[in-house]
Design a binder for this molecule. Structure first.
Ligand SMILES: [Zn+2]
Ligand SMILES: [Zn+2]
Ligand SMILES: [Zn+2]
Length: 301
């Protein structure tokens, strides 16, 4: 496919992905509002917890959108390395919100065990839970199918997450039934379980963003050395460093070439090295090659 057609296809895919994320964001916030308000009104902590959970799902849609709107922008004067870390920063903020949500659910569950208030389960509670459950089911199917068609990692990951939300809503329905038949204690217990899920998601996001912030190595240096030393005219390769996010990696490395090689030929070779690495590791966004003359006995520097 010629490069322009490829770019046009990608742009139209991007527009569709953004539109889908906006719709799902709206649905998540609508579900969050219904569950939190009714949960609050009927004193059901597990419903409130599921509502907070839906708010956070909406927040993670916002990170996805930030990633697509800002992180994909080309580098400019102010951000010469690109805008990838906007996404990391947004993810970090969301993990803070997640911990806050986790704490508030735990606090109200603990309060419930102290005061012994019981939730007033009505048919409206069941109706809200069943409608939001059906919405989540529909979102999972739709998002998964479109995600595969548009080859979007964000949509596929979000669809998988929404699928796990179905089990959360089912457990809330379980606690409502338990409340109806005389086991009100299940309400705060299910809420604690949901707090655990929220906390676990937050921990995962925090861990991933800390890897970007602390410049964790992203690709095994040995693999890159093996690849680069296989290129004709590259004598040796050392000082390989990788950093960045999982799907946006920066690489820099040193190569030795024959001391008499012309600058023109060496420059061409450097580009060959860059292209080869980007082809084998599609997550690599940029490679910087430092050239050195290959003089036997000379120490690497
Ligand atoms: Zn969720
Ligand atoms: Zn060049
Ligand atoms: Zn060196």
């Amino acid at each position: 496919m010629p490069i322009n057609a490829k770019r046009a296809e990608w742009n139209s895919n991007l527009a569709q992905i953004k539109k889908m994320l906006c719709v799902i964001l709206f649905l998540n916030f609508a579900m969050a509002l219904a569950k939190s308000l009714w949960g609050y009104y009927s004193h059901s902590i597990s419903m409130q917890a599921d509502g907070i959970h839906s708010f956070l799902d909406g927040a993670s849609n916002i990170t996805g959108l930030i990633g697509l709107y800002f992180a994909a922008d080309p580098p400019d004067e102010e951000h010469p390395y690109g805008h990838q870390k906007f996404e990391t920063f947004a993810a970090f903020c969301i993990s803070v919100f997640l911990f806050f949500g986790c704490y508030s659910v735990l606090k109200s569950s603990y309060g419930r065990l102290q005061d012994g208030v019981t939730a007033e389960v009505s048919w409206a509670s069941f109706a809200i839970m069943i409608v939001t459950l059906a919405m989540n089911f529909f979102i999972t199917r739709w998002e998964g199918r479109e995600g595969r068609r548009l080859r979007s990692e964000i949509l596929i990951a979000d669809a998988a997450h929404t699928k796990s939300d179905i089990y959360v809503s089912l457990s809330v329905i379980g606690s409502l039934i338990a409340g109806k038949i005389g086991y009100p204690l299940l309400d705060p217990l299910i809420a604690v379980l949901i707090a655990g899920i929220i906390g676990k998601v937050g921990w995962g996001i925090l861990l991933e963003s800390s890897k970007v912030l602390t410049d964790v190595s992203r690709i095994d240096a040995k693999k890159i050395i093996a690849l680069v030393t296989n290129i004709p005219k590259v004598e040796t390769c050392h000082a390989v460093r990788t950093r960045g996010s999982m799907n946006h990696v920066h690489v820099d490395l040193h190569i030795h070439v024959h001391p008499q090689m012309s600058i023109e030929a060496a420059h061409e070779l450097a580009h060959e090295v860059e292209e080869k690495i980007m082809k084998v590791f599609p997550e690599v966004a940029e490679v910087i090659v430092h050239l050195e003359p290959h003089i036997p006995g000379l120490k690497n520097d």
